[in-house]
Ligand binder design. Structure first.
Ligand SMILES: Nc1ncnc2c1ncn2[C@@H]1O[C@H](COP(=O)(O)OP(=O)(O)OP(=O)(O)O)[C@@H](O)[C@H]1O
Length: 221
Protein backbone atom coordinates (compact mmCIF):
# COMPACT_ATOMS: atom_id res chain seq x y z
CA UNK A 1 0.00 0.00 0.00
CA UNK A 2 1.24 3.47 -0.89
CA UNK A 3 0.42 6.49 1.24
CA UNK A 4 0.41 9.81 -0.61
CA UNK A 5 0.19 13.11 1.25
CA UNK A 6 -0.51 16.04 -1.03
CA UNK A 7 -0.17 19.65 0.16
CA UNK A 8 -1.82 18.85 3.51
CA UNK A 9 -2.65 21.67 5.93
CA UNK A 10 -4.47 22.14 9.21
CA UNK A 11 -4.86 25.61 10.63
CA UNK A 12 -6.22 26.58 14.05
CA UNK A 13 -7.10 30.26 13.74
CA UNK A 14 -3.80 31.91 12.89
CA UNK A 15 -1.75 28.83 14.00
CA UNK A 16 -0.58 26.86 10.98
CA UNK A 17 -0.19 23.53 12.83
CA UNK A 18 0.48 21.73 9.52
CA UNK A 19 1.30 23.90 6.57
CA UNK A 20 1.25 22.39 3.06
CA UNK A 21 3.14 19.11 3.62
CA UNK A 22 3.61 16.62 0.77
CA UNK A 23 5.35 13.25 0.89
CA UNK A 24 4.92 9.64 -0.19
CA UNK A 25 5.42 6.43 1.75
CA UNK A 26 5.91 3.26 -0.26
CA UNK A 27 5.28 -0.37 0.68
CA UNK A 28 7.67 -1.53 3.46
CA UNK A 29 9.08 1.96 4.07
CA UNK A 30 10.00 2.99 7.59
CA UNK A 31 9.58 6.74 8.08
CA UNK A 32 10.06 8.73 11.29
CA UNK A 33 9.05 12.33 11.89
CA UNK A 34 10.98 14.18 14.60
CA UNK A 35 10.78 17.77 15.78
CA UNK A 36 10.22 19.98 18.80
CA UNK A 37 6.97 20.10 20.79
CA UNK A 38 4.26 22.02 18.98
CA UNK A 39 5.80 21.55 15.52
CA UNK A 40 2.66 19.78 14.25
CA UNK A 41 3.64 16.10 14.34
CA UNK A 42 0.56 14.82 16.16
CA UNK A 43 -1.72 17.02 14.04
CA UNK A 44 -0.19 15.58 10.87
CA UNK A 45 -0.52 11.98 12.08
CA UNK A 46 -4.10 12.54 13.32
CA UNK A 47 -5.12 13.67 9.84
CA UNK A 48 -3.50 10.60 8.28
CA UNK A 49 -5.40 8.32 10.68
CA UNK A 50 -8.62 10.06 9.62
CA UNK A 51 -9.33 11.20 13.20
CA UNK A 52 -8.86 14.86 12.32
CA UNK A 53 -10.06 16.65 9.21
CA UNK A 54 -7.68 18.76 7.15
CA UNK A 55 -8.03 22.44 6.24
CA UNK A 56 -6.63 21.70 2.77
CA UNK A 57 -4.85 18.99 0.81
CA UNK A 58 -5.41 15.29 0.21
CA UNK A 59 -4.45 11.93 1.68
CA UNK A 60 -4.50 8.81 -0.51
CA UNK A 61 -4.04 5.16 0.44
CA UNK A 62 -3.24 3.75 -3.00
CA UNK A 63 -6.07 5.27 -5.06
CA UNK A 64 -8.47 5.60 -2.09
CA UNK A 65 -9.00 9.21 -1.13
CA UNK A 66 -9.41 9.47 2.64
CA UNK A 67 -11.75 12.48 2.54
CA UNK A 68 -14.12 10.64 0.17
CA UNK A 69 -14.67 7.72 2.56
CA UNK A 70 -17.71 7.61 4.85
CA UNK A 71 -17.11 7.09 8.58
CA UNK A 72 -18.12 3.43 8.26
CA UNK A 73 -15.86 2.81 5.24
CA UNK A 74 -12.97 4.49 7.05
CA UNK A 75 -13.50 2.41 10.20
CA UNK A 76 -13.55 -0.85 8.19
CA UNK A 77 -10.54 0.21 6.12
CA UNK A 78 -8.54 1.08 9.26
CA UNK A 79 -9.49 -2.09 11.10
CA UNK A 80 -8.35 -4.23 8.18
CA UNK A 81 -5.25 -2.39 6.96
CA UNK A 82 -3.86 -0.04 9.57
CA UNK A 83 -2.44 -0.48 13.06
CA UNK A 84 -2.69 2.59 15.27
CA UNK A 85 -0.68 3.48 18.35
CA UNK A 86 -1.55 6.70 20.12
CA UNK A 87 0.42 8.78 22.57
CA UNK A 88 -2.02 7.93 25.37
CA UNK A 89 -3.49 4.56 24.59
CA UNK A 90 -6.62 3.23 26.20
CA UNK A 91 -7.50 -0.39 26.81
CA UNK A 92 -10.91 -1.96 27.37
CA UNK A 93 -11.18 -1.90 31.16
CA UNK A 94 -13.01 -5.20 31.73
CA UNK A 95 -10.69 -7.24 29.49
CA UNK A 96 -7.30 -8.69 30.50
CA UNK A 97 -4.06 -7.78 28.74
CA UNK A 98 -4.27 -10.90 26.57
CA UNK A 99 -7.95 -10.28 25.73
CA UNK A 100 -7.16 -6.66 24.83
CA UNK A 101 -4.39 -7.81 22.49
CA UNK A 102 -6.78 -10.23 20.80
CA UNK A 103 -9.65 -7.75 20.51
CA UNK A 104 -8.92 -6.73 16.85
CA UNK A 105 -9.16 -10.44 15.96
CA UNK A 106 -12.85 -10.37 16.96
CA UNK A 107 -13.45 -7.23 14.89
CA UNK A 108 -11.73 -8.36 11.69
CA UNK A 109 -11.08 -12.11 11.85
CA UNK A 110 -8.24 -12.06 9.33
CA UNK A 111 -6.65 -15.33 10.55
CA UNK A 112 -7.75 -18.67 12.02
CA UNK A 113 -8.07 -18.87 15.81
CA UNK A 114 -4.91 -20.99 16.20
CA UNK A 115 -2.90 -18.48 14.13
CA UNK A 116 -4.13 -15.66 16.36
CA UNK A 117 -3.06 -17.67 19.42
CA UNK A 118 0.44 -18.06 17.95
CA UNK A 119 0.69 -14.39 16.96
CA UNK A 120 -0.47 -13.38 20.43
CA UNK A 121 2.17 -15.62 22.07
CA UNK A 122 4.87 -14.11 19.85
CA UNK A 123 3.85 -10.55 20.78
CA UNK A 124 3.56 -11.38 24.49
CA UNK A 125 7.00 -12.95 24.44
CA UNK A 126 8.63 -10.19 22.30
CA UNK A 127 7.29 -7.48 24.60
CA UNK A 128 7.82 -9.47 27.79
CA UNK A 129 4.18 -9.32 28.86
CA UNK A 130 4.00 -12.87 30.35
CA UNK A 131 3.63 -11.76 33.95
CA UNK A 132 0.77 -9.36 33.26
CA UNK A 133 -1.16 -11.27 30.60
CA UNK A 134 -4.10 -12.06 32.93
CA UNK A 135 -4.23 -8.64 34.59
CA UNK A 136 -6.89 -5.98 34.05
CA UNK A 137 -5.85 -2.49 32.83
CA UNK A 138 -6.64 -0.90 36.22
CA UNK A 139 -3.68 -2.76 37.74
CA UNK A 140 -1.17 -1.76 35.01
CA UNK A 141 1.42 1.01 34.81
CA UNK A 142 1.30 3.56 31.97
CA UNK A 143 4.18 1.75 30.26
CA UNK A 144 2.45 -1.64 30.55
CA UNK A 145 -0.72 -0.17 29.02
CA UNK A 146 1.37 1.24 26.17
CA UNK A 147 3.10 -2.12 25.54
CA UNK A 148 -0.29 -3.88 25.46
CA UNK A 149 -1.59 -1.28 22.99
CA UNK A 150 1.43 -1.88 20.76
CA UNK A 151 0.77 -5.63 20.71
CA UNK A 152 -2.92 -4.95 19.96
CA UNK A 153 -1.96 -2.72 17.01
CA UNK A 154 0.13 -5.53 15.49
CA UNK A 155 -2.04 -8.63 16.10
CA UNK A 156 -3.84 -8.33 12.74
CA UNK A 157 -0.51 -7.87 10.90
CA UNK A 158 -1.68 -4.61 9.30
CA UNK A 159 -0.12 -3.36 6.10
CA UNK A 160 0.73 -0.05 7.71
CA UNK A 161 1.45 1.10 11.26
CA UNK A 162 0.83 4.72 12.27
CA UNK A 163 2.33 5.47 15.66
CA UNK A 164 2.49 8.60 17.80
CA UNK A 165 5.31 8.35 20.36
CA UNK A 166 5.10 4.55 20.69
CA UNK A 167 7.93 4.54 23.24
CA UNK A 168 6.92 7.80 24.93
CA UNK A 169 5.88 6.25 28.23
CA UNK A 170 8.47 3.46 28.34
CA UNK A 171 11.70 2.90 30.25
CA UNK A 172 14.87 2.25 28.17
CA UNK A 173 14.54 -1.54 28.47
CA UNK A 174 10.97 -1.62 27.15
CA UNK A 175 11.75 1.01 24.49
CA UNK A 176 14.42 -1.36 23.22
CA UNK A 177 11.91 -4.26 23.05
CA UNK A 178 9.55 -2.05 21.04
CA UNK A 179 12.37 -0.85 18.76
CA UNK A 180 13.33 -4.47 17.99
CA UNK A 181 9.73 -5.56 17.43
CA UNK A 182 8.98 -2.72 14.99
CA UNK A 183 12.22 -3.36 13.14
CA UNK A 184 11.34 -7.06 12.92
CA UNK A 185 7.83 -6.35 11.55
CA UNK A 186 9.27 -3.82 9.08
CA UNK A 187 11.77 -6.38 7.78
CA UNK A 188 8.76 -8.67 7.13
CA UNK A 189 7.00 -5.97 5.07
CA UNK A 190 5.12 -3.73 7.53
CA UNK A 191 5.12 -0.09 6.40
CA UNK A 192 5.74 2.19 9.39
CA UNK A 193 5.16 5.91 9.90
CA UNK A 194 5.94 7.16 13.37
CA UNK A 195 6.30 10.40 15.24
CA UNK A 196 8.84 10.32 18.04
CA UNK A 197 11.22 12.17 20.32
CA UNK A 198 13.15 8.92 20.83
CA UNK A 199 16.18 9.20 18.53
CA UNK A 200 17.14 5.55 19.12
CA UNK A 201 13.82 4.55 17.61
CA UNK A 202 13.94 7.21 14.88
CA UNK A 203 17.33 6.04 13.66
CA UNK A 204 15.90 2.61 12.81
CA UNK A 205 13.81 4.35 10.15
CA UNK A 206 15.03 4.47 6.57
CA UNK A 207 13.88 8.09 6.26
CA UNK A 208 13.71 10.72 9.01
CA UNK A 209 11.97 14.05 8.39
CA UNK A 210 12.47 16.96 10.76
CA UNK A 211 9.34 19.04 11.29
CA UNK A 212 9.24 22.64 12.54
CA UNK A 213 6.34 25.07 12.65
CA UNK A 214 4.11 22.92 10.46
CA UNK A 215 6.60 22.13 7.69
CA UNK A 216 9.26 19.53 6.94
CA UNK A 217 12.49 21.50 7.27
CA UNK A 218 15.11 18.82 6.77
CA UNK A 219 15.59 15.21 5.71
CA UNK A 220 17.77 14.00 8.61
CA UNK A 221 18.32 10.60 7.02
N1 LIG B 1 -7.19 21.46 19.05
C1 LIG B 1 -6.32 22.46 18.89
N2 LIG B 1 -6.71 23.76 18.96
C2 LIG B 1 -5.86 24.77 18.79
N3 LIG B 1 -4.54 24.62 18.54
C3 LIG B 1 -4.08 23.36 18.47
C4 LIG B 1 -4.94 22.21 18.64
N4 LIG B 1 -4.18 21.08 18.50
C5 LIG B 1 -2.92 21.50 18.26
N5 LIG B 1 -2.85 22.84 18.24
C6 LIG B 1 -1.65 23.66 17.99
O1 LIG B 1 -1.04 23.19 16.81
C7 LIG B 1 0.38 23.17 16.94
C8 LIG B 1 0.91 21.78 16.67
O2 LIG B 1 0.53 20.89 17.75
P1 LIG B 1 0.88 19.33 17.72
O3 LIG B 1 0.25 18.72 18.93
O4 LIG B 1 0.54 18.77 16.41
O5 LIG B 1 2.47 19.37 17.90
P2 LIG B 1 3.49 18.16 18.20
O6 LIG B 1 4.67 18.41 17.33
O7 LIG B 1 2.80 16.87 18.07
O8 LIG B 1 3.88 18.40 19.72
P3 LIG B 1 4.36 17.30 20.85
O9 LIG B 1 5.70 16.80 20.39
O10 LIG B 1 4.44 18.13 22.09
O11 LIG B 1 3.29 16.24 20.90
C9 LIG B 1 0.70 23.74 18.32
O12 LIG B 1 0.95 25.12 18.20
C10 LIG B 1 -0.60 23.49 19.09
O13 LIG B 1 -0.75 24.45 20.10
Amino acid sequence: MILRINNLSRHYGSTKAVNGISFDINQSDYVAIVGPSGSGKTTLLSMITGMLSSSAGEIYFDTLKLSSMTKGELARFRAKNIGLIFQFSELVSHLTVEENILLPALLVGKFEEQEYREKCEYLISSLNLHTIRDQLPSSLSGGQIQMTAIARALINEPEMLLADEPSGDLDPENSELVRKLLSDFNSRGLTILLVTHDMNLAFDAKTIYEMREGSFTRVVK
